[in-house]
Design a binder for this molecule. Structure first.
Ligand code: FES
Length: 336
């Protein structure tokens, strides 16, 4: 059994199971309610039940006055649904509204997935998860090493398990240490999130994602968020990579066919890490010939600046709307 929850004033809707908190249900559905501790202490997730019945999901330290209780105030993290609900709650609607956080994390795993790319998995404590939006990046800090800015490769619906795609050619010593296998039990701190772009989930236009190499991480976060939101418009993913970087999650990309109504994945191979002008021209020709066209779509470009600049210029010539072209730049420094 699940209940239908509507948030006011946004009108966002999601389903909640009786055994999960309203906060867990909202995050799982790609909604961004205001929250912090997730354990009933801080009061940041306070919201007002306008219609329906709720139950207490867990004990909470934060106390409401008699008057607030009578008005229907609850903590989303400490409350579960016992009927369909209408709730008045604050939500973050853009990355600018995300609070800057400093979150201690443990390194769970670092796994090389191709000659050049490794997937880093970090875990926060249950009570201090990272709140972010798809497409944002963070600063990783480990004692004795300079900080590393890196895009988040995972879905904002899970702020506890964070994934990153690190490129071996980065000049950063943390990346070098990880590839050298020196990482067991490491403790790090995540600062952020940073970045002012995310998925415009209010737009009904088709989605066109173009990523180069390990900047696929950004597209992955955006697409996972789109899946969570159950967006129904056409979605196309074009992923360019050289042989050393590889399309290291190609099967995962294909698996989105099972959950997206109208989805296609195109793997494009480049001779080197940075595509040549001819290879970019080939990409643009494919985009021009495809449906939906660049003129019809919201376009999300991810890669180093030289790549996104060349692609953006070509896409505008193909009729892309400049206000619907979202460019995400590579965060990891690269040689060459
Ligand atoms: S998030 Fe802190 S009380 Fe709910």
């Amino acid at each position: 059994m699940s209940y239908r929850i509507r948030l006011e004033p946004s009108g966002h809707e999601f389903t909640a199971l009786p055994q999960e908190s309203l906060l867990e249900a909202a995050l799982r559905s790609g909604i961004n309610p205001r929250y912090n501790c997730s354990n009933g202490t801080c009061g940041d997730c306070r919201a007002r039940v306008i219609q329906g019945q709720v139950g207490q999901h867990m004990a909470r330290d934060f106390h409401f006055s008699e008057r607030e209780r009578a008005q229907g105030y609850v903590m989303l993290c400490a409350t579960h649904a016992e009927s369909d609900l209408v709730i008045q709650a604050d939500e973050a609607n853009s990355p600018r509204e995300m609070p800057l956080q400093q979150v201690p994390v443990k390194l769970v795993k670092f796994e090389p997935v191709s000659d050049k790319v490794g997937v880093l998995q970090l875990r926060t404590s249950r009570s201090n998860t990272l709140r972010f939006m798809a497409g944002q990046y963070v600063r990783l800090e480990m004692a004795g090493l300079p900080p590393l800015d890196v895009s988040i490769a995972s879905c904002p619906c899970n702020g506890m398990h964070l994934y990153f795609h690190l490129h071996r050619d980065s000049e950063h010593p943390l990346v070098a240490q990880l590839f050298a296998g020196q990482h067991s039990g490491a403790a790090l701190t995540v600062h952020g999130p940073y970045g002012e772009l995310s998925l415009d989930d209010d737009s009904p236009r088709p989605l066109l994602m173009v990523a180069l190499g390990s900047d696929f991480a950004i597209s992955k976060s955006l697409i996972e968020h789109a899946v969570n939101l159950e967006l129904t418009q056409p979605l196309r993913l074009y992923w360019l990579a050289d042989a050393a970087t590889g399309h290291y999650l190609d099967n995962y990309c294909r698996s989105w066919m099972d959950v997206l109504d109208d989805y296609a994945f195109v793997e494009l191979h480049t001779a080197a890490a940075l595509p040549s002008q001819t290879e970019i021209a080939d990409l643009l020709a494919r985009l021009q010939a495809a449906s939906p066209s660049p003129a019809e779509a919201d376009i999300y470009l991810a890669g180093p600046e030289s790549f996104t600049t060349a692609c953006s210029a070509g896409l505008l010539k193909l009729g892309a709307d400049p206000s619907r072209l979202f460019v995400f730049h590579r965060r990891q420094a690269m040689r060459g």
